[in-house]
Write a protein that binds this ligand. Sequence first.
Ligand SMILES: C[S@@+](CC[C@H](N)C(=O)[O-])C[C@H]1O[C@@H](n2cnc3c(N)ncnc32)[C@H](O)[C@@H]1O
Length: 425
Amino acid sequence: METKPPPEGNDSSRPHIGPSVARQSLERTVALLRLLDEGQPLRLEADEAAPTRNVVLEICRRRNQLEWYLGQLADKGVKPRLRRHLCWALAEILWLDGLSPEVAVNLCVEAVKQQFSPREAGFVNALLRRTTGPGARERFAESLEKAPPHVRLGLPESLWRRWRKQFSARQLDELAALLLQPSVLHVRQRQAAGDCPFLGPVFTVPWGNGAEFRLCHDPAALFASAAWQAGAFYVQDPATLLACSLVAARPGETVADLCAAPGGKALALAEAVGPAGRLVALDRSFRRLRPLVRNLAGQGNCLLAAGDAARPPFRPGSFAAVLLDVPCSNTGVIRKNPDVRWRFSETDLAALAALQGRILAGAAPLVRPGGRLVYSTCSIEPEENGDNVAAFLAGHPEFSLAEQRQLLPTAEHDGAFAALLVRQG
Ligand SMILES: C[S@@+](CC[C@H](N)C(=O)[O-])C[C@H]1O[C@@H](n2cnc3c(N)ncnc32)[C@H](O)[C@@H]1O
């Protein structure tokens, strides 16, 4: 089975970067930041060069801190068209260690001179020179002490305001600090893999039904390994198995996963129902169906379809269990997708909660009497989780809540929510 390497996560090795690689990193970073500024999600290529990957992810984690610092350094402000270049140089100077600060400044100044003007290059040079030299990181930290609380925590104000009500001050500080850390790559081990020195020891999680996870500290070695090519591993965070554990699919069952792409949970469910069972995987997005097809390719018990889970193209009562891993704000997976925080909005959250409610109501009739409906998100917002489940139950007395669980992000796993609703027999 071929499974695509993940689009996110840092390469843990940060070798010294040569000037031409650094120049490419600057150009590519500026292009990616432009797309982010246009409101698009971060889409790193699977084979994105490590220097670009590392600096872009660092900027995504700390974008408002960088903007704050720029504001402190330039009393009269910084032209918007210079900000992306400056963010690249500042991130290299303050947090990454593959490039000397002098080289980062020179490359940035040169690029601005070529793309814009010598005058702007002079401005960039003068500004960046103030951020290098002994005590550079301490000066940044001192400046940050004067920043508003949400900037100090690296959160947008909207999310900070919301989480301030949801969590204690200490919980919020700890959560924000965690979300500023580079993510770690987890793999689920699917079969014996022999000696894999690039992986940590096997561990399990209480909700994982014995599934074996390992931390990977050298993704390049993993993806080049024979064990990876043989399908021995699937890149998957332990939190994603919370929903699968509530589905508790049994050999021989017919189960539906109606928001299935790219297929991490679908693969686990297909394995659980086994050759005598059937997994029906549906997703509305044609683009995301492609990785789903790839990820389920080795399974002979799957049926894939494109369609809307709110109006699913299947007969009522067709399934022993239905999983709804609905689209959400993704606030539980910000550590792996650090750009997500900047796109968060209360308006989008309300629209998502309404869509999730429509999917729940539309898909519920597919569950046969006595069957299970599992609703899950990778959000930590009550409106997308417990509130939605409560609203559904109020309008569907034929279902009862058997169990629900919220995982908050920790150093070991992402955040996730899942609820098991059982249809009366
Ligand atoms: C959280 S992701 C699912 C992740 C997937 N379960 C996994 O484990 O890899 C949500 C998915 O829902 C799909 N989606 C969004 N709206 C949908 C709808 N109305 N019907 C079906 N799928 C939908 C998105 O395309 C996306 O692939």
